[in-house]
Design a protein around this ligand. Structure first.
Ligand SMILES: *Cc1c(COP(=O)(O)O)cnc(C)c1O
Length: 390
């Protein structure tokens, strides 16, 4: 397979102006990432700042409920409350080693913007975050946190004032200032080498799962279930198991209201190959190739494309795509709250809902790992409004 391609997916569909920055980044990653100095500093930060390794928790009550053994990989316990910091710390450290002074990024729910602001401060880099004006209003709490950390938050008014417009704006900014600035992409999307860099930094999740499950059970799991949009938490958990054919890999996307393409984020059902944000991948588009908006109550899953690697792995059948509807997701939140006393993020609850609603796909002696990507504090109001209307 050629560099930066996963089957036909991936590539570098960008303005020529950006090619220099992408080549510089690829060369720096290949040179710096494998060095013992980088590994020591990265692993040290993940441990002492991030709190890694995150536990692999045997959820006994939830297991009893579904009829097979379920472990939760507790990324909710990573500093910041989700898996996003793994990638943010890795890229910030890489940028520092490249001599960059400033990080830029975009964010929708604010989780990635916050992780970038944290990582930027740790590495002594300025941080600037682009955010659609609609998202800015919806995610006031995270905006306040980013500002408190000293990040500059730039409202994006162009287009529909949402994530896809913020990404375009950030790419524009990067092409003007890549000499001093790194674009810290938040998921396994974007032009090569970003999907590979992000998946590599997130693979710490799957490497830990492998070691932890071997210690506990003496064997690999039968299945790993992860939610996703771009695919970073899923690929982080899956990648170290790709060669182990006995491990079934499930990728759960946002089913939204489930009444059709308009009301969902089911790219594996309604999408087709197309170019979005510099990469060929599966996207929701109209007959003219214009990107169609996706819809789900989980802000972190509300992206109309699937990254090139996860698109490819589903196409060849290594990863099985699934979905969970919004109402199933809220029920899954309640089930996890009652069974284990844990409030999952709405994104994470998609993976939980899939397991709850597809019990027939698992055997009683199966070992199933749910990648528990984040905690639900950020979604508390939406959850309470759903159940109690206030
Ligand atoms: C951002 C986010 C996701 C989705 O992003 P991926 O890159 O597909 O992993 C899932 N879960 C949580 C908690 C998130 O914050």
């Amino acid at each position: 397979m050629s560099k930066g391609r996963f089957g036909k997916y991936g590539g570098q569909y960008v303005n020529e102006i950006l090619m220099h920055a992408l080549i510089e980044l690829e060369e720096a990653f290949e040179k710096i990432y494998p060095t013992p100095e980088f590994q020591r500093e990265f692993m040290g930060l993940l441990r002492d700042y991030g709190g890694r390794p995150t536990p692999l928790y045997h959820a006994k009550n939830f297991s009893k409920l579904v009829g097979f053994k379920v472990y939760l990989k507790r990324e909710d316990l990573l500093c910041g409350g989700s898996h996003k910091l793994n990638n943010a710390l890795g890229q910030a450290l890489l940028a520092k080693n490249m001599g960059k002074r400033r990080l830029i990024t975009e964010t929708a729910a604010g989780q990635h913007g916050l992780a970038t602001a944290m990582a930027g401060n740790v590495c002594g880099l300025e941080t600037e975050v682009f955010m659609g004006i609609k998202d800015l209003k919806r995610q006031a709490a995270n905006v306040k946190k980013m500002r408190l950390l000293g990040a500059k938050v730039n409202p994006v008014r162009s287009g529909a004032g949402i994530l896809k417009d913020a990404v375009s704006e950030t790419l524009r900014e990067w092409s003007a200032c890549s000499r001093t600035t790194h674009y810290l992409v938040g998921s396994t999307v974007g032009p090569h080498p970003f999907p590979t860099i992000v998946a590599t930094f997130q693979s710490v999740i799957g490497n830990e799962i492998k070691q932890q499950i071997l210690e506990r059970e003496g064997r690999y799991p039968d299945a790993i279930v992860a939610c996703g949009s771009g695919g970073s938490n899923a690929l982080g958990a899956f990648r170290p198991f790709l060669e182990d054919e006995g491990v079934r890999l499930y990728f759960v996307e946002g089913g939204g209201e489930g009444t059709g393409a308009e009301d969902s984020s089911m790219v594996f059902r309604y999408g087709s190959p197309g170019v979005l944000h510099g990469s060929l991948m599966l996207v929701m588009q109209d007959e003219c190739g214009q990107i169609r908006a996706s819809k789900t109550r989980a802000a972190g899953l509300n992206y109309p494309g699937r990254g090139p690697e996860i698109s490819y792995l589903c196409e060849i059948g290594r990863v099985r795509p699934g979905y969970a509807l919004d109402r199933e997701v809220f029920e899954a939140v309640r089930t996890m709250c009652r069974a284990e006393g844990l409030i999952p993020a709405l994104e994470t609850a998609h993976a939980i809902a899939y397991v709850l609603n597809h019990r027939e796909e698992f055997d009683p002696d199966d070992l199933v790992v749910i990648n528990y990507s984040g905690r639900g504090d950020k979604d508390l109001e939406a959850i309470l409004r759903y159940f109690y209307g206030s």
